[in-house]
Design a protein around this ligand. Structure first.
Ligand SMILES: [Zn+2]
Ligand SMILES: [Zn+2]
Length: 288
């Protein structure tokens, strides 16, 4: 209750409507219609959780644990199969929160949605909920700082057959490496260093902000989908061992430099995509 009172919630910006239309078109191909009110459903369910009647012994739990039954605090890659396949979860909701003043572009978020649509099986659709949060400006963030922000502000979790992802856009930079543009830090959670992206895009010789947002978002989603060798088993050897869970193909979206400012000078067209090895891994783990 009262979530509207302390937040500016931006539930249906134009891109979300566009995304919903696209989802409907997409699922019609598969023969499963998506009702136009579907994105509203999660909102209603969550709003209802605040107003349940505690005096009714048969009513819903008046104070469910945050996050519900699904564990959202595991390592990146732990939910890869759940996200990729439709076995247990046939729809996906992405809660995107941003520190006020660091809103991602509609086009960047559309790229996120396009990437997910292309890679995961969610016949009942993929929706995005965008929301500003008010937090104290910060120059640097550790992974623990980011986790604490998520714990404080995230309020969309996996429910029923709808799996929830979370993306947090922050000001400031990553405490551990100033050139990092994004991190995947939990099984359903990613953070984007939006101030860093804005500082390195949009200039005369720089790539566009929305394109870089899309590339960094897709790269971090790749980690949450278990790449490389971290939840989606490798079908062929292609892990770049010295650089963690990244791909050894320097043209691939999962090449290690893609999440940093170092790659920006090399960006052309729409940016890098997953190579065949990474695609094989996702498909073998239930993806498309
Ligand atoms: Zn990475
Ligand atoms: Zn790859």
């Amino acid at each position: 209750m009262g979530r509207e009172s302390h937040r500016s919630r931006d539930r249906f910006p134009s891109f979300v409507r566009a995304a919903r239309d696209a989802a409907s078109a997409y699922t019609r191909i598969g023969g499963v219609p998506v009702p136009p009110w579907w994105p509203l459903l999660t909102a209603i369910v969550f709003a209802g959780a605040c107003s349940s009647d505690a005096s009714s012994p048969t009513g819903p739990d008046p104070d469910p644990p945050p996050g519900g039954a699904y564990d959202h605090t595991l390592a990146p890659g732990a939910s890869a199969h759940d996200i990729l396949s439709a076995e247990s979860y046939d729809s996906l909701v992405v809660q995107v929160q941003y520190v006020e003043g660091f809103r991602p572009t509609d086009q960047g978020l559309q790229s996120l949605r396009d990437f997910l649509t292309a890679r995961v099986h969610k016949p009942k659709g993929i929706s995005i909920e965008l929301e500003a949060i008010q937090v104290q400006a910060q120059a640097t963030y550790s992974a623990d700082d980011i986790r604490a922000l998520e714990d404080q502000h995230r309020d969309v979790f996996t429910e029923g057959s709808t799996l929830a992802l979370y993306v947090l856009f922050v000001d400031g930079e990553y405490a551990e490496a100033a050139n990092v543009l994004g991190i995947a830090y939990r099984n359903t959670s990613m953070a984007i260093f939006q101030e860093k992206i804005e500082a390195n895009t949009g200039g005369l010789t720089q790539p566009s902000q929305s394109m870089v947002e899309g590339v960094v978002l897709s790269h971090e989603v790749g980690h949450v989908l278990g790449l490389v060798d971290n939840g989606s088993p490798m079908q062929t050897e292609h892990r770049d061992e010295p650089n963690g869970h990244h791909c050894d193909d320097e043209t691939c979206l999962m090449y290690y430099a893609v999440r940093t400012t170092d790659f920006l000078a090399n960006l052309t067209g729409d940016g890098p995509e997953l190579d065949a090895d990474c695609l094989d891994d996702l498909q073998a783990n239930g993806g498309r």
